[in-house]
Every structure is written in C-alpha cells, then in structure tokens.
Design a binder for this molecule. Sequence first.
Ligand SMILES: NC(=O)c1ccc[n+]([C@@H]2O[C@H](COP(=O)([O-])OP(=O)(O)OC[C@H]3O[C@@H](n4cnc5c(N)ncnc54)[C@H](OP(=O)(O)O)[C@@H]3O)[C@@H](O)[C@H]2O)c1
Length: 314
Amino acid sequence: MKFASSELRLFIPHSELRIPHSPMSEKLTILVQLDTDPLPSVFDRVVAVDAGVQHLFSYGGVTPAAVMPLVHGCIFTRGSKDLSRTAVFIGGSDVAAGEAVLAEAKKHMIPQYGMSVSLMLDSNGANTTAAAAVRAAGRHLDLGQARTLVLGGTGPVGQRVARLLARHGGHVRIGSRQRDRAEMVCAAIRAQVPNAQVEAASVGSSADGPRALDGRTLVVAAGAAGAVLLPKKVHETAPDLRVAIDLNAVPPAGIEGVEVVDRGRERGGVICYGAIGVGDTKMKAHKAAIAQLFQTNTATLDIEEIYAIALRLP
Ligand SMILES: NC(=O)c1ccc[n+]([C@@H]2O[C@H](COP(=O)([O-])OP(=O)(O)OC[C@H]3O[C@@H](n4cnc5c(N)ncnc54)[C@H](OP(=O)(O)O)[C@@H]3O)[C@@H](O)[C@H]2O)c1
C-alpha cells in the first residue's frame, strides 16, 4: 500500500475523540487491555477512560501463550451483533512483544462466523507518536517530495516514522550508529512498501552528521530518551532543512536547539516541533483510535490505520 493523504481522508470513516453515547439497548463498551509489562500501563488506562470506555479490563505480563483464552473471553461472550462493543488494546514498553501479542490475537479470531473484536496496538506509544510526528511534518512539506533523515531510525518509533514517510513516496534516509541495523530497517520497509526510496546512513561519528543531513528537507529525531543526536552546529549549516521534529522529551534535546514545547515554531528558518509539541496530536489520535475500535468488530489499528486517524483530526 502506498498512499497520499487525500486518499486516506476518503476511505477512513469518521471517528470521534470519544465513544458516542449509546442507546440503552446497546451493551456497555468493554476495552480489554493486554499489556506485556507486569503492571498494565496507567497512561493507557487513563486514556481509555477519557476516550469514554465504560469498562476496562486490564491484564499485565501478557505473552502470546496467554492470549488465546483472553481472546476467547472476548469473542464467545456476546452475540456477533454486539461484538463491536468489546475491543482489545495491546500495550506495554516492549514494542516487539506487543507485535507478537497482536499477531497471536489475530490468530484466534473467527471472522468467518462473525466472531471477532477490534484490535489496537500502541506499545510504548510508538504508533500514536509516529503518526503525530508525520502528520506534523505534512503540515509544512509535501511528503511525496520530502527528503528526510530519521535519526534513531532503528527504534520502534523511528521505524514507523520512516515507513509512513516511505509510503508517502519521499526519500528517507535512516540513521543509526550501526549502519547494518539501518540496512535491516531499510530491507523491512522495502518488503512492506514496494518502490520505497530508503537508504541507510551511519551516524556513529561526529563527521557523519553533515553527510547524513546533506540535502535533507526534514529531520525527525527518534533516538533514545536523553540522547543528543543532532548538535546545533551541524543542523544550522544544513541549507535545505525546512522542518525539524524531536520526539525526545527527556533533556537534553535530541536536536540541540529544539525546545520540547515547540509546535511549529520557526528557529533560524527551520520549523521546529518538540515532543510536547507533537504530544497533543498524539493524545488525540490515541483517544480517537480507541473510539474507532467500537465502530466495528473487525478493525486492526496498527501504524497505518492510526496515522489515517491522526490525519482526520481537526
Ligand atoms: N512524545 C511522546 O509522546 C513519545 C512517546 C513515545 C516515545 N517517545 C520518544 O521517542 C523517542 C524514540 O522512542 P523509541 O522507543 O523508538 O526509542 P529507543 O528504542 O529507546 O531508541 C531509538 C534508537 O536510538 C538510538 N540510540 C539509543 N541510545 C542512543 C544513544 N545513547 N545515542 C544515540 N542514539 C542512541 C538507537 O539506534 P542505533 O543503536 O541504531 O543508533 C535506538 O534504536 C524516544 O526519545 C522516546 O522517549 C515520545
């Protein structure tokens, strides 16, 4: 799938930030939170409540081996016409573990008999954060033409940012301190996005920065919390740079000179976003995605679907 923003707007049904009130005859909404960490995330629980979920069942330490009875508890309890009132949210700090739980949950749905519930994956906030970052970039650049450097591009957030940008058709350079790791991400994106324009870049030494940034119109820093990935002296001499997005909320900034609260603020001719600056869209996308889960019993909301929801936000 390759997309343009305008197409997404057409095929995604309207969603609200909150689950609409239902007639008395409808079953109460139940969100089943499957968290791969020992303690289910308080953050995800609060967002579920704020999205209007009526009952929240939270399970921690969930592994694929535990998933089948949890899914059966969802799909065998209500008639198929009421299964859109039950949904599953998969979270936790380990994105790969969340992906494994999602894959397992899908296996135990029985859609041919209408026995399925909608699923959403947002481990570590990776999907909602990446979606919010790319939406922010798209407010200022034609993403089909953008030339991007994704720093920290091997992490869960960076990989998702890179994939979304590649789907838009722009050229994406994926930065890593180990070039091999970036090559693996490129290969994974090429497998998912035919004709993706992606290339790996080594950013392990200070001499690499200017090379990696050469010709880039957009830089997204998705490095580990508290790690400086792009010093000011490097990005202020990048003549083509138009937009800089730093997703690290833990000081020091990932892109030196970008403030965590920046939200479309211009600094030296570059439009800047910090982690809190994209956080508002991220939170709205999260709530809207939860609300959308209850519009059907067949949705799977992963990065592309959550991005589509983020694009529809006011
Ligand atoms: N605003 C929000 O709501 C929100 C939500 C979720 C996440 N975040 C932030 O988004 C960022 C990305 O999250 P993530 O979970 O994908 O990050 P991550 O997995 O912790 O790190 C991403 C990449 O950063 C690189 N890295 C690690 N340590 C580094 C260091 N000391 N110096 C330079 N690079 C280093 C690694 O790439 P290589 O080893 O390949 O170089 C790693 O794959 C984080 O800063 C996180 O806090 C923000």
